[in-house]
Design a protein around this ligand. Structure first.
Ligand SMILES: Cc1ncc(COP(=O)(O)O)c(C=O)c1O
Length: 318
């Protein structure tokens, strides 16, 4: 796909991730088909979907001779934990700029993987990306070449990982014949995954509608960001302009990291019926949106992972 093979890449995951039919859920819900793309099984710790961008971001860091990976996010960031593990596996040091209270199971994992945590001391999320780049510049100026990555790894290069996922999906869907094309549903945080998916679908000529379930930003804002990143990703790859159908729904509900009672109930149903473990920040919201859309035709729920929070949040024991 485009210039993808020429981009430096550090292999972390086990791909393709399985694409399965959730027949037990279909029976309980009384509708279907419901397909599940199991990026929770991406094979690199608990990184889930974030394994994909990290392969290319670490590749770029290595190609530039970086010794340190600097990134950041919120205290519960799945991406930060994944980045810490990925940096360790590539022999890089890792620094994480964290807003809010710097304690969570994910940050405990990041610390255990050797990351150094740099709390910002306030709750300003947007400031993190600026501070990440400033810290990377500071380290580089002091003789420790550093590669800065904004929150979620959501750059055009990070999105390349998910563009490849679209090609993977096209192959898996192969010759399956559908009366209707499945609606692809996935959680949207910083937008890189959805953007890469749009770019990849256009690149391989697979016309599937996409429903992005926004968990942290207003739909108009994240929709524009996703489209911009998708265009930038396609430009980087030299592939077709991503003009596919994208709808964004607002799933911010009770707040970032907290699922509504309905989303939590449905996550519990997925666990008990199909053994799918969904976190309260991304998975429960996206799965619930998938259930809402099942009456309208086949749905492909992209399980993006995020397993650690699921084991430690209220969703697992209530
Ligand atoms: C488990 C999980 N699912 C979905 C997302 C959303 O992906 P993106 O930030 O690329 O929109 C994230 C982001 O960190 C995540 O950790």
């Amino acid at each position: 796909m485009g210039v993808i093979d020429e981009l430096p890449r550090v292999r972390l995951g086990v791909f393709p991730t399985p694409l399965v039919r959730a027949r037990r859920l279909e029976r309980v819900l009384g509708s279907g088909p419901l397909l599940v793309k199991r990026d929770d099984l991406a094979g690199f710790g608990v990184a889930g979907n974030k394994t994909r961008p990290l392969e290319f971001l670490l590749g770029a860091a290595g190609a530039r001779g970086a010794e340190v990976l600097v990134t950041g996010g919120g205290p519960g960031s799945n991406f930060c934990a994944a980045a810490a593990m990925a940096a360790a596996s590539a022999g890089l040091a890792c620094e994480l700029v964290i807003w809010g209270e710097p304690y969570s199971p994910n940050l405990a994992l990041a610390r255990a993987a050797g990351a150094r945590i740099r709390p910002t001391g306030d709750t300003d999320r947007a400031a993190v990306d600026r501070l990440v780049l400033a810290r990377a510049g500071e380290l580089s100026a002091h003789g420790h070449p550093a590669y800065g990555v904004p929150r979620g790894g959501s750059t055009a290069l990070g999105a390349v990982g998910f563009a490849l996922a679209a090609a993977e999906l096209a192959e898996q869907l192969g010759d399956q014949r559908w009366d209707e094309r499945p609606l692809v549903v996935l959680a949207v945080g910083s937008g890189g995954s959805c953007a890469g998916l749009l770019a990849g679908l256009a690149a391989v000529g697979l016309d599937l509608p996409v429903l992005g379930v926004s968990v942290s930003r207003p739909p108009e804002e994240i929709g524009a960001r996703v489209r911009r990143l998708a265009r930038e990703c396609a430009e980087l790859l030299g592939t077709a302009e991503p003009a596919g159908r994208l709808e964004i729904v607002d799933a911010r509900g009770p707040g970032f990291g907290t699922a509504s009672a309905l989303e939590r109930d449905r996550a519990r149903l997925a666990l008990r019926t199909e053994g799918l473990l969904l976190d309260e920040t991304y998975g429960a919201e996206a799965f619930s949106a998938s259930v809402d859309r099942l009456a309208g035709g086949p749905v492909l729920f992209w399980h993006t992972g995020g397993l650690l929070p699921a084991l430690n949040s209220r969703g697992a024991d209530r």
